[in-house]
Design a protein around this ligand. Structure first.
Ligand SMILES: Cc1cc2nc3c(=O)[nH]c(=O)nc-3n(C[C@H](O)[C@H](O)[C@H](O)COP(=O)(O)OP(=O)(O)OC[C@H]3O[C@@H](n4cnc5c(N)ncnc54)[C@H](O)[C@@H]3O)c2cc1C
Length: 116
């Protein structure tokens, strides 16, 4: 089980940030990789990118948009609640010279989805 240690709403009711205790993943995961989350025994598995990690405290951060059943269920979770499965790291890390700490400081990447 993976406990939620922090929750915030980045956009009211629609964009949620969760900090989850997942020490093994926090140690290994790299930029661009994702995890598969299953909230409970009957839940579906959904992929979510890891937005941040702290290998020292063992915390990973996910940020998701509420679009359907599983993300709505995740929105209802509170600090102290647990997620059944968090599997990862999955996917290929981003390869970039920019990600070398000696060449840059903090990098922020922003993606925008435009819809009609
Ligand atoms: C590798 C990978 C990484 C991902 N990382 C993130 C992430 O970091 N944050 C995040 O918010 N999402 C991310 N997604 C998308 C996320 O997995 C889906 O939004 C999620 O599976 C939806 O599950 P649900 O049960 O809530 O919705 P469902 O019940 O599966 O879908 C409900 C309805 O919403 C539509 N829908 C599903 N996803 C989206 C979407 N993203 N935008 C618009 N409409 C959609 C479906 O077509 C369907 O009509 C990622 C997907 C992949 C493949």
């Amino acid at each position: 089980m993976f406990q939620i240690v922090r929750k915030s709403e980045m956009a009211k009711g629609t964009i949620i940030s969760l900090d989850i205790s997942a020490p093994k993943i926090a140690k290994k995961i790299q930029a661009g990789q994702f995890v598969i989350i299953r909230v409970n025994d009957t839940g579906e598995r959904i992929p979510l990118t890891v937005a941040d990690k702290d290998p020292f405290s063992g915390i990973i951060t996910i940020i998701f948009q509420v679009v359907g059943k599983s993300t709505a269920l995740m929105r209802s979770l509170k600090i102290g609640d647990s997620i059944k499965d968090v599997v990862g790291p999955l996917g290929k890390p981003v390869e970039s010279e920019l990600l070398t700490p000696l060449k840059s400081g903090t990098i922020i990447m922003v993606g925008v989805i435009l819809s009609e």
